[in-house]
Write a protein that binds this ligand. Sequence first.
Ligand code: IPE
Ligand code: IPE
Ligand code: MG
Length: 244
Amino acid sequence: MSAAKNKLNHLAIIMDGNGRWAKKRHKPRAFGHREGMNNVQRITLAANKLGIKVLTLYAFSTENWARPKEEVAYLMNLPVRFFDKFMPTLQENNVKVNIMGYLDDLPKKTYDVVQRAMAETRDNTGLILNFAFNYGSRKEITTAVREIATLVSNGGLESDDITENTISEHLMTASFGEYQDPDLLIRTSGEMRISNFLLWQIAYSELAFSEKAWPDFNENDLKKFVENYQNRHRRFGKVDESDS
Ligand code: IPE
Ligand code: IPE
Ligand code: MG
């Protein structure tokens, strides 16, 4: 008897390997970031076609500020280029943009462009394209703990009433409701680590790693990873009849 296929509602991707992709081609790292940006468009449209509800893309971590100044400046300008180039297609495809991260720390131009992208697509009802930009999971959890502590000290919440749900509700993924935890997390470019991404939310995510650098990760690769995920056996700690 074949089991029912897993539904993929929330896909998260750690888009890694842009710099090495460029280096292999004797080009500056920025060249890889530009090609990586173009790939975001391709994979977004492919994810939309596959019926995915939320696509979370790790685009800039709270640790990435430690890169050379010119590279950080280039990465901070990428949202400006991306929305300039792709906003009409995103609109045509009913994509709703969300940016998750510490936005107040972004340069003004970047801040303005991401706020505008969210405002302009607010009423779209298709795929949610969620960029993690200046995002770090430990910082996110720390912020949540602080908010909850404030509620408790103000008398708005009893410490005994803090549940797992209370914590989820204070994370940046809260607005995705039943889809807030990724079903599948893919990291490209062969690294097998999480790099401070969605630590709470991936408790039961399926993990997958691609050897390809992000600019080379195409629609076909995505399809293969999704099919592989759909046929996995997710147990969530239980014993299924088919295992006993
Ligand atoms: C991913 O590619 C993009 C960001 C982290 C901003 P990298 O820039 O990390 O590329 P590699 O891993 O150095 O090749
Ligand atoms: C993770 O990639 C962050 C993003 C993809 C935005 P990094 O390239 O920064 O991660 P490490 O440094 O290899 O762990
Ligand atoms: Mg990297």
